[in-house]
Ligand binder design. Structure first.
Ligand code: GDP
Length: 300
């Protein structure tokens, strides 16, 4: 998380830099609260979530509980942690459910295929037998990209030709996973944003077909969101959740331009666990979501 901290702040914390200069005589007043408000909103935390945090801080100021900057930062840490902690529930692969089927969804470019590669690497390192389904049959490059991750990790990939029915690929992969004793199935999907209703129909069909082979499948519907998309990511989460019932979120590209504020907006507005974060393009550039570590990275 040292790297995450560097990525999110590049030096001083975007949230708390220079606050001491805004406290004439060290007193916490409306000037400093408004500055925090602005910093939270411009970092994609969103108006609603920011107002919740500020209401909490203003209450503490009114009750004279915040005597100095350290107390303010401690209160901020508590507020931020209160938002994230309920959502920090790591994905548990239940061996009794094998093959544990994970349907990975999200718009093109969010990082689905990369995340599947990282997860394949991660689960394999834990001794699990992993199989991938190349369900983005719309784009030849997507199938090739998944096959490349499969080769790199020495993991089986089930694919059909471009244009094939993604539900058929998922069906094949589920059957292969059951017949050949795989522990985890990771199913890639398409993410065409412009024809959204077709996409949601297609994803619902994939989900249904997986359930036909194993009534409990998919055991996880993992939504991949690009954190640098800010409030758009939140909008995507609402759409995918309404259409499919998302059970876990992966936030990618926290190494990029994003300050990570969107993580708080998502945690605050959606009752969906945040499973993993992506902090780069390589297999090891990801981590289980850890609420205290994330808050520390933002505040340092
Ligand atoms: P998909 O269309 O959702 O499958 O997205 P891809 O997995 O193809 O990812 C789109 C681009 O984002 C690729 O260039 C990836 O290397 C890159 N990418 C994915 N995750 C991350 C991340 O956590 N950090 C960075 N910097 N790039 C990422």
């Amino acid at each position: 998380f040292k790297r995450l901290r560097e990525k999110l702040n590049r030096g001083d914390s975007w949230l708390t830099y220079d606050l001491a200069n805004l406290l004439p005589g060290g007193r916490i007043d409306e000037t400093v609260l408004e500055e925090l408000e602005m910093r939270l909103i411009t970092a994609d935390v969103g108006v609603e979530t920011t107002e919740k945090i500020l209401a909490d801080l203003r209450g503490k100021v009114a009750r004279q509980e915040l005597g100095d900057l350290d107390a303010l930062i401690a209160a901020l840490r508590t507020s931020l942690l209160d938002i994230l902690q309920p959502r920090a529930r790591p994905l548990k692969i239940d061996a009794d459910l094998a093959p544990f089927a994970i349907l990975v969804v999200g718009v093109n470019g969010a990082g689905k295929t990369t995340t599947i590669g990282k997860l394949a690497h991660h689960f394999k390192a834990q001794g699990m037998k992993v199989i991938l389904a190349a369900g983005d049959t719309f784009r030849a490059a997507a199938v090739e990209q998944l096959q490349a991750w499969g080769r790199r990790n020495d993991v089986t990939v089930i694919a059909q030709s471009t244009g094939a029915d993604p539900a058929a690929v998922a069906f094949d992969a589920m059957q292969a996973a059951q017949a050949r004793g795989f522990d985890v199935l990771l199913a890639d999907t398409a993410g065409r944003l412009h024809t959204q209703s077709n996409l949601m129909d297609e994803l619902r069909k994939v989900k249904r077909v997986m359930g036909r082979i194993d009534a409990g499948a998919p055991h996880e519907i993992l939504l991949v969101l690009d954190a640098s998309q800010g409030q758009n990511a939140l909008q995507q989460a609402r759409l995918f959740n309404a259409a499919l019932g998302v059970t876990g979120i992966v936030l990618t590209k926290l190494d990029g331009t994003a300050k990570g504020g969107i993580v708080f907006a998502i945690a605050s507005e959606l009752d969906i666990p945040i499973r993993y974060i992506g902090i780069g393009e390589a297999a090891e550039d990801f981590a289980e979501f850890d609420a205290p570590a994330f808050v520390d990275a933002v505040l340092k």
